[in-house]
Design a protein around this ligand. Sequence first.
Ligand code: NDP
Ligand code: 2IT
Length: 446
Amino acid sequence: MDPRVEQFMAQIIAKNANENEFHQAVQEVAESLIPYIEENPKYKHAKVLERIAEPERVILFRVPWLDDKGEIQINKGYRIEMNSAIGPYKGGLRFHPTVNLSILKFLAFEQVLKNSLTTLPMGGGKGGSDFDPKGKSDNEVMRFCQSFMTELCKHIGANTDIPAGDIGVGGREIGYMFGQYKRIRNEFVGVLTGKGIQYGGSVIRPEATGYGAVYFAEEMLKTRGDSFKGKVVTVSGSGNVAQYATEKVNELGGKVVTVSDSAGFIHDPNGIDSEKLAYIMELKNIKRGRIKEYADQYGCEYYEGKRPWEIKCDVALPCATQNELNEEEAKVLVANGCFVISEGANMPSTPEAVEVYIENKILYGPGKAANAGGVAVSGLEMSQNSLRLSWTREEVDQRLHQIMKDIHATCEKFGKDSSGFINYVNGANIGGFVKVAEAMLAQGAV
Ligand code: NDP
Ligand code: 2IT
C-alpha cells in the first residue's frame, strides 16, 4: 500500500474503531485521491480529505413501537449528516437488522461523492434503523415508521436534509413517514423523495437506480463499440434496483438469467422476460415472498445459500448489498468471459474483487457512479416539488439518461490513463471530489 494512504488510514482507523465498512469505503477513495491531492496541494493544506471523512453531524435515537401483540419493541434510529458543502444533506434510509454506525457512515461517505457526480446541488447523508420489516404486518411497519419519524422530523427539512429509500424502505415506508412528518410539522413540503405520485412523487423514481445502472453499463459498452444486444446478464437481488435493472436490460435486447435474495438465487437460462418480471414484482413488492417460489413457478434451478456469480455471463449487475462479490467470485466471473460490471448496489464488490477487475481491464462501474441514477431522480423530484410542477415520464427519463452519460464522461475525464484504459474507480472518486472540495475551500474552515 502507498505509505501516504497507510498513514492516512491509520488515523481513520484510530478515530473510528471497529467501523470496518467505513474504513473500506474511505480507503478506496484515499487510494484514488491522495496522489491527486499531492498534485493539487491547495486541497492538502486545507485538509479537505480529512474533513470529508468526518460527518458534520451524527444523530442517534431510540425508536420504541408497539407490535401487534401489544408488546413494546425498541430499535435504534440513525441519521448521518455527512457533508453539506454543495447542497442540503441527501440520501436514503435503510431498514435492515444489520444496520449499524459503520454501515451508515460508509453509505453516507459514498453518497457525498455520488451526489456531486450527479451534477445536482445535493450534499450527502444516510440513515436508517436495525428494524427488520420482514415478517411484520403493515400496521407494525406503520407504527414503527411513525415512531421513527416522530424523532427524525426534528432534524430534517426540505432545505436541510431530505431522506429517501434504500434497502427495506420503499413506497410504503416513505408514505407512512411522510404522513407523520406532515402531521407533526404541519407543512406539506418535499422533505422525502420516492413519494407516491399522488402526493408529490416523481415518475421514474422507482425505476431510476436500476435504469441508471444499465444506462451506465451501456455507456461503458459503447467505449468498445458494443451494446446490450444479445448479452447474457446476471443480476443479484430481487428488490427495487434489481427489478428495474432487469426491465431495462430486456428493453435494450439483453437477457437476464439470474436474480437472488438473501436465501439463494434462481437460474433461468431462458431469460426473465416481462411476464416473469411481473411475477417477481408481485412476489416481492406485494406478497413479500421468497425468490425460491420463482423456481417452483417456472421450473428452473434454485441454488439455496448461494450467489449468482458462478453462472456464465457477459455482464454482471450486483444489485443486492455490500460485499456480496468477493475475489474468488470475481475470478470466476472473469474466467467465464464477463467483461462488464455495473454496480446497482453500494460497495457490492470487496476491494480484492475490484483489484481483479482492474488487473483484467474489464469495464467496471463502481456504485457511486453506476447507481447514482436513483439519487439523481430524487434531485429531480426535489426540483419538481419546489416548482410545484410535475414532468412527464419522457422528460424525467431523458434527464436521467443524460445525467448517466454525463457521469460516464466525468469518469472518463478523471479516470483515463495513458494507455487509454478508463479506471472508473479513480474517475468517480476524483470527479466527485473536486466540486465538493472547491465548495469547501470557498466556505472556509467549515
Ligand atoms: P430492496 O430492499 O428493495 O432489495 C434488496 C435486495 O437485496 C433484496 O432482494 C434482498 O433480499 C437483498 N439483500 C439485502 N440484504 C442482503 C444481504 N445481507 N445478503 C443478501 N441479499 C441481501 O433494496 P434496494 O433494491 O433499494 O437496494 C439494493 C442495493 O442498491 C443496496 O445496496 C442499496 O444501498 C443500493 N441502492 C439503492 C438505491 C435506491 O434508490 N433504492 C439507490 C442506489 C443504491 P431479501 O429480501 O432476502 O432481504
Ligand atoms: O444509495 C442511494 O443513492 C439511495 N439509496 C438513494 C438516495 C436518495 O436520496 O434518493
